[in-house]
Design a protein. Structure first.
Length: 196
């Protein structure tokens, strides 16, 4: 792989990840990877997202005849008191997730994996997030908006869900689904030119 690379494969359908890559001037081709996202018994949230990011990158790379560009994959999960909250399967589950985070702190873990001819690089971003105390009316209205449906932890910080967040300690872009500091570091290691 030469230097001054500018393009990669993105193993994600997430419009938020796409926006964040565009924000740092990286061009990409989307090749979604569909893998089993089950949590292993006694697997921590950090280990879970690191494993899934790597599996997504490997699954995407395996579909390519030639690994002519690096493959970037990411996975995000929300953790409350050691319990992993994925994407809610229905509105009642979204409400229950919001209720479990209401008025307290939770963690958002986002792992990224970059597969290239140089091998696999991984990084993890963990951010502590404080959610305001939510009334039944606020949770019901937010769930009814539809925004929680495809979001880990049933909220999107970059949308209406941002109004529910009192403070964060860590990476805002990591909570969105792609921590830009860690992503840029891995891409530079792989020969990308990203302004610093």
């Amino acid at each position: 792989m030469g230097t001054n690379m500018t393009r990669l494969y993105l193993a994600s359908r997430s419009p938020r990840r796409a926006e964040l890559l565009q924000q740092i001037g990286v061009e990409f081709v989307v090749i979604p990877s569909d893998i089993d996202e089950s949590v292993y018994n006694a697997e921590s949230a950090a280990d879970y997202v690191l494993r899934l990011a790597q599996e997504k990158a490997q699954a995407c790379a395996a579909r390519l005849t030639v690994l002519d560009m690096p493959v970037l994959a990411a996975d995000t999960t929300v953790c409350v008191g050691g319990v992993i909250l994925g994407k809610p399967e229905h509105d009642d589950e979204a409400y229950a997730m919001l209720s479990s985070m209401s008025g307290g702190w939770h963690e958002v873990h986002t792992a990224i994996a970059l597969a290239s001819t140089h091998g696999m690089q991984v990084a993890l971003s963990t951010t502590r997030v404080k959610m305001m105390a939510l009334s039944h009316e606020v949770m019901t209205a937010y769930v009814a908006s539809g925004e929680p449906r495809d979001k880990a932890g049933a909220y999107g910080i970059q949308g209406l869900g941002g109004t529910l967040i009192e403070r964060i300690e860590g990476s805002y872009s990591g909570v969105m689904g792609l921590p830009l500091y860690e992503t840029a570091r891995l891409l530079r290691n792989c020969g990308f030119t990203i302004p610093s």
